[in-house]
Design a protein around this ligand. Structure first.
Ligand SMILES: Cc1cc2nc3c(=O)[nH]c(=O)nc-3n(C[C@H](O)[C@H](O)[C@H](O)COP(=O)(O)OP(=O)(O)OC[C@H]3O[C@@H](n4cnc5c(N)ncnc54)[C@H](O)[C@@H]3O)c2cc1C
Length: 478
């Protein structure tokens, strides 16, 4: 039987720490009540859908906007993430330069850094208190084997001219900020902030409603039908539509903001690969332990492992540790039962105390997870096609807290004005090639997951850096 996460406070606690901690009333809004027509229908009430709705009504308050959400606003990755608001994109600057040009990398970096500012500015403007801490981001070399990746990341930034404000810290300078076991240095990036994602997503939903946007919840879109170009003019079927069990919504524009769940929609199964990212969270840590750790500026932390890890310090003094590693499921399946994976959660708990020995004995109060949308080429895409009347934004590779805001502005520009000042960014109008059909997709994803974990383990054991030219790295080129 499918578990209804909204059925009680216990279940809400299980989806993530952030949603109940947002202080917002999580009772589902009314579902769709029959067929309707609007100017724009947005599918999905996460950051992408809600930023798009916000930007649409700001550009043209006369447009009717309806957001259709399968569960409740923030149910997806937006209500479950690691609190990292960064200028990061799935593709590394060096790889993006290889695919485009150094000047494009500079343009993208500038737009992404400005997006971090824009999210915080918009929250101020809308009085959404996301408890932001603008402490920047530290990419730490844990062990000598991670030092080459640290240095090479820095070199790439200098060569591409995107190193403004970036600092290379040695072990002592890093320890003055935060004391991490076996840390050899770090790259400090000031263009980042820790935010409360639950407050952000629930606050955005309340804001857009105040501006006239209607949100319906507990309403799953089953099919998205583009404009029927050959249908006779004035025929009802001519406009794009979304079909739900509770009615059909006809609109001038349909916006897909369903991230990993895009893979569950008919005709889009191979658009993104849903990969699970998992998180563990401690109880609030006492002052004596914080005195040993430091971390007073709430910087976002990660290492240089291939199997991504990410840490943040919550506003109430807990430590959040997230990582990949939970297995991909055949057929791109997504299920609430995959939000927990005991072996991976246990590994994350052990890794956290290895990072911070003073945390030994601190209780872990929460464990959750969710799917991130991986496009085949690691580059997110957003836009709007006036011919089909369908647009959207997805494929953020687990880095969508900032990018979704840029996506929302671009999609709204294109729907309202037919053009956007960001048209030259490689993400705009981009469509990654499709993933392989099954079972190839499963075999490839499982191979890469296993290979990256083995490479990390071997590097940690041997003290030698991961070879960047092996098969896994070539396949993972991003
Ligand atoms: C565990 C975890 C940690 C992460 N950490 C970070 C981080 O620290 N920093 C960062 O930048 N990014 C992080 N990410 C990624 C980031 O959270 C996402 O990229 C971002 O939230 C995507 O927002 P979205 O609105 O596009 O998608 P989502 O928030 O996933 O929203 C999609 C919405 O669509 C709804 N939906 C799906 N299908 C349908 C349908 N058929 N009909 C109607 N509604 C539907 C879903 O219920 C959901 O509410 C993390 C993700 C996870 C899972």
């Amino acid at each position: 039987m499918r578990r209804r996460w909204t059925s009680g406070r216990g279940e809400q606690q299980r989806v993530s720490f952030w949603l109940p901690d947002s202080g917002d009333d999580l009772t589902p809004r009314s579902p769709l009540d029959g067929d309707t027509e609007v100017d724009v229908v947005v599918v999905g009430a996460g950051f992408t859908g809600l930023w798009t709705a916000r930007e649409l009504v700001r550009r043209d308050p006369s447009r009717s906007v309806l957001v259709v959400e399968a569960e409740i606003a923030g149910f997806g990755a937006s209500g479950r993430n690691g609190a990292w608001l960064t200028a990061g994109l799935g593709v590394t600057p060096r790889e993006l330069a290889r695919r485009t040009s150094p000047s494009t990398v500079r343009e993208v970096t500038e737009a992404m850094r400005a997006t971090v500012d824009e999210v915080l500015r918009a929250c101020d403007e809308d009085a959404i208190d996301v408890r932001a801490r603008r402490g920047g981001l530290l990419r730490i070399a844990r062990g000598v084997h991670e030092q080459p990746a640290l240095r090479s990341g820095h070199r790439a930034m200098v060569e591409l001219g995107i190193d403004a404000g970036i600092e290379l810290l040695d072990a002592d300078a890093l320890a003055r900020r935060v004391r991490v076991a076996d840390a050899r240095g770090a790259l400090f990036d000031p263009h980042a902030a820790a935010v409360h994602p639950g407050r952000l997503v629930r606050g955005l939903a309340r804001t857009v409603e105040r501006h006239g946007v209607r949100i319906v919840e507990s309403t799953r879109v089953r099919r998205v039908l583009p404009r029927e170009v050959d249908a006779p003019a004035n025929a009802r079927g001519r406009r794009p539509r979304v079909v739900t069990a509770r009615g059909t919504v006809t609109a001038e524009a349909v916006v897909l903001a369903t991230e990993a769940w895009t893979s569950q929609l008919p005709g889009r199964r191979r658009s993104v690969l849903p990969l699970y990212s998992l998180i563990v969270l401690t109880e609030p840590v006492d002052a004596a332990r914080w005195a040993r750790i430091g971390w007073h500026e709430h910087e976002l932390l990660s290492s240089h492992r291939l199997t991504v890890d990410y840490l943040s310090r919550t506003p109430d003094g807990r430590v959040l540790f997230g990582g990949r590693g939970a297995p991909y499921h055949l057929g791109s399946r997504i299920s609430p039962t995959f939000d927990r994976h005991d072996a991976t959660h246990e590994l994350l708990r052990r890794q956290l105390t290895a990072w911070f020995p003073p945390l030994t004995g601190v209780a872990f109060t929460h464990a959750w997870g969710g799917p991130v949308g991986m496009p085949r080429d690691w580059l997110p895409g957003f836009g709007f096609d006036p011919i089909t009347g369908v647009g959207g934004g997805y494929g953020y590779t687990g880095q969508g807290v900032g990018t979704s805001n840029l996506a929302g502005r671009v999609i709204a520009d294109l729907i309202v004005h037919g053009e956007t000042p960001y048209a030259s960014l490689p993400m705009v109008g981009h469509r990654s090639r499709r993933w392989e059909p099954e079972p190839l997709r499963w075999l490839g994803a499982r191979y890469l997951q296993g290979a990256t974990a083995r490479l990390d383990a071997r590097a940690a054991r041997s003290g030698r850096a991961v070879r960047r030219h092996g098969l896994a790295q070539r396949l993972l080129r991003h």
